[in-house]
Design a protein around this ligand. Structure first.
Ligand SMILES: [Fe+2]
Length: 323
């Protein structure tokens, strides 16, 4: 067997000693391309460890040439990073864990968000495989929410440390999707909010693997706990503006065969809706996260409903927090 990989903590290029895996940074604060890995359920532990370490360090990592992947091997690879979980409300694309992200069905994500933060233990990693690439546009952006926190002036870090925010999947879709086609839009909204979740999270989460402090906001945030109206909006906008600074982001132009893996606990992302009526299809497998903990040690809390209902198949994201 191979020995454990040696990974330099801040390299431009990392070579795993016993395998041809290379990690090439593409952004100053976020993003790397990983080469030398054929993704699937049969990777050696040393390679899985190198992939996981790269995702934790670079927040989002990209793989080219993964055209061999199908639903089964996509899920099998996901299992190497954690337990796959189903979306709490949206039925899967394959009767198992793969969520379809399809431009035809209202499922565009052109708002900055972290996946599924309307439940407490939202996914740790998301693994996105492109199925149909549009002829132009349809890029995805990711932001490093640890870098966004780290760059805050000290008084703002202290302010953020003490805040908590209410996240819900029942947000104002008309405000963010004014151009959506009415039928697709209404249908998507009906499914997406079939159970209405409300969860209170700390605005600053201590990452369970890296120990970094990260900002936890995004488009599922309704308001800052204890504040209303303009005060709440102003604070959300203030911190969110640091997350969206171009210096904290990376932008990826999809090609056939691409896969992206991101640390969903340390990132937000945004799917750019600029491909007109062209098809853009992706499949996403997420793996289970744990309950966020704030800087004061307080965990996130599910406010409503009492538990996360079981989906048609498997366990839902956030189920481990149902107590
Ligand atoms: Fe997303």
């Amino acid at each position: 067997m191979t020995s454990a990989p040696v990974v330099d903590p801040a390299p431009d290029t990392t070579t795993v000693a016993t395998s041809p895996v290379t990690v090439q940074r593409i952004g100053g604060r976020i993003g790397a391309v990983v080469s030398g890995v054929r993704l699937g359920g049969d990777l050696e532990p040393a390679v899985v460890a190198a992939v996981r370490a790269a995702a934790l360090e670079h927040k989002v990592i990209f793989f080219r040439g993964q055209d061999h992947l199908d639903g089964e091997s996509h899920e099998a690879f996901g299992r190497l990073l954690g337990s796959p979980v189903a979306h709490p409300t949206v039925p899967s694309a394959d009767g198992r864990y793969a969520l379809g992200i399809d431009s035809d069905h209202g499922g565009r994500a052109n708002q900055w968000h972290t996946d599924v933060t309307f439940v407490p233990a939202y996914p740790a990693f998301s693994i996105l495989r492109v199925v149909t690439v549009p002829p132009y546009g349809g890029n995805t952006l990711w932001s490093n929410t640890a870098a966004a926190y780290a760059e805050l002036p000290e008084p703002l870090r202290t302010l953020a440390d003490g805040l908590r925010a209410i996240h819900s999947n029942d947000y104002d879709y008309a405000a963010v999707r004014p151009d959506a086609r009415p039928e697709a839009f209404a249908k998507y909204r009906e499914v997406f909010t079939s159970t209405k979740f409300r969860t209170e999270h700390p605005v600053v989460r201590v990452h369970p693997e890296t120990g970094e402090r990260v900002l936890l906001l995004g488009n599922f945030v309704q308001r800052i706990a204890g504040l209303t109206g303009r005060d709440s909006r102003a604070l959300i906008d203030l911190f969110q503006s640091h997350i969206e600074r171009p210096e904290n982001t990376v932008r990826w132009q999809w090609r056939t065969g691409d896969v992206a893996i991101w640390d969903n606990r340390a990132t937000q992302h945004y799917g750019v809706d600029d491909s007109g009526t062209h098809d853009r299809k992706l499949r996403r497998v997420t793996v289970d996260g744990d309950v966020p903990i704030g800087t004061d040690g307080r965990p996130s809390v599910l406010i409503s409903p009492d538990t996360v209902p079981a989906p048609a198949f498997g366990i839902p994201s956030g189920a481990s927090t149902a107590d």
